[in-house]
Design a protein around this ligand. Structure first.
Ligand code: NAD
Length: 343
């Protein structure tokens, strides 16, 4: 390991980084635990084909870091963690996720895991066969988590539009969702119920087919979504999509979605602010699953979806009004509130 790794961990206050390997399946994964000073770490499992190991490492660290910020801003008695699994063709998912489950079990409640990109109910079933420290959405678990994330995003978008325009009037609003996965689809459904016009981009043709068979979503070509004129751009796919080029292309009033770490660098949130685009920080608006999962595990309650959404909404309102008062970008305000309270 290069020495800079320890410098990076020290700079951001990371506690633990574990490399996981299972000889039987060939599973390779990284488990990052950021901060457990408030309580056990929570964070899902992301499975992705990373081109190089260092990208997977950076993803694990950034995702775990964001989880701690969510815990602080939502005032939850837990901290941030994350697993990233290096995907490859032919990986036996049952064995690979089973090995992850055994690794989580060994931590004996120091870390709870759950869903993230490419880890849904089926994969979580393999994990929870080996450990009880998993937010399995089955009958014994906390219930549908992506739904809670989508509800928080929906209510957070409402709060953002109210803070800008004083009202929402969904019948006059156009929202573009990038990524129609678990969160994106549920967000689309919620917006359509309210009468909004919903556009979306999705790279997986099977998902396009499945979602457009049941929802009236207008599909746009992936790669063109940044230029589409709309009220709200909702990133619900992967991180790092807001960078030097894309922040200049956006034609929306608000950027607010489920995706973790959509900003390539924090400065891009400042740039959106300069451009008059309201960026609602991801670690404020996408905490619904964490709220539901952590309350279920730590307090034994299944918080209703609407209550989870309301909690996220109040957190978004708090950050946006503090940003307005101080005249700073919401990203700067959210970081100050989260990191200031942490230390
Ligand atoms: P998912 O894997 O179910 O969905 C992601 C979707 O995005 C997939 O359908 C994928 O094909 C699509 N996609 C990927 N790259 C794309 C691109 N460039 N353009 C268009 N579509 C693209 O994942 P999810 O659970 O819906 O999570 C989505 C995002 O929300 C992730 O960043 C995740 O970390 C974050 N998040 C999810 C939850 C949750 O409860 N599931 C909670 C907090 C944050």
């Amino acid at each position: 390991m290069p020495l800079q790794l320890f410098d990076a961990m020290a700079r951001e206050g990371f506690e633990e980084l574990v490399a996981l390997h299972d000889s039987e399946s060939g599973m390779r994964a990284l488990l990052a635990i950021h901060d457990t000073s408030r309580g056990p770490a929570f964070g899902g499992i992301r499975r992705w084909s990373y081109s190089v190991e260092s990208t997977a490492l950076m993803d694990a660290l950034r995702l775990a870091r964001a989880m701690t910020r969510k815990c602080v801003l939502l005032d939850l008695p837990c901290g941030g963690g994350k697993i990233v699994m290096l995907d490859r063709e032919g990986l036996d998912l049952k064995q690979a996720y089973g090995a992850i489950g055994r690794a989580v079990e060994r931590l004996n409640g120091h870390y709870y895991t759950g869903p993230d990109v490419n880890t849904g109910p089926e994969e979580l079933g393999y994990v929870s066969a080996e450990t009880s420290y998993c937010t399995d959405p089955g009958l014994e678990g906390p219930g549908e988590l992506a739904n809670c994330t989508a509800e928080g995003v929906f209510q957070g978008i409402e709060a953002a539009l109210v803070s800008l325009d004083g009202e929402v009037d969904w019948s006059q609003r156009k929202v573009l969702i990038q990524g129609l996965g678990a969160v994106g689809e549920m967000l689309a459904r919620r917006l359509l119920e309210q009468g909004a016009r919903v556009l979306a981009s999705e790279i997986d043709p099977e998902r396009v087919h499945a979602v457009s068979a049941s929802l009236e979503v207008e599909m746009v070509e992936p790669g063109t979504e940044m230029e589409a004129a709309c009220d709200v751009f909702a990133p619900c796919a992967l991180g790092g999509i807001l960078h030097d080029l894309s922040v200049e292309r956006l034609q929306c009033k608000v950027v607010a979605g489920g995706a973790n770490n959509p900003l390539s660098r924090m400065e891009h949130g400042e740039r959106l602010h300069q451009r008059g685009i309201l960026f609602v920080p991801d670690f404020v608006i996408n905490a619904g699953a964490l709220v539901r999962g952590s309350i279920f595990h730590l307090e034994g309650r299944r918080e209703p979806v609407a209550v989870v959404g309301g909690r996220v909404r109040r957190s978004v309102e708090r950050v946006l009004s503090a940003a307005q008062e101080s005249g700073t970008a919401p990203i700067a305000t959210a970081l100050r509130l989260a990191d200031g309270a942490e230390s």
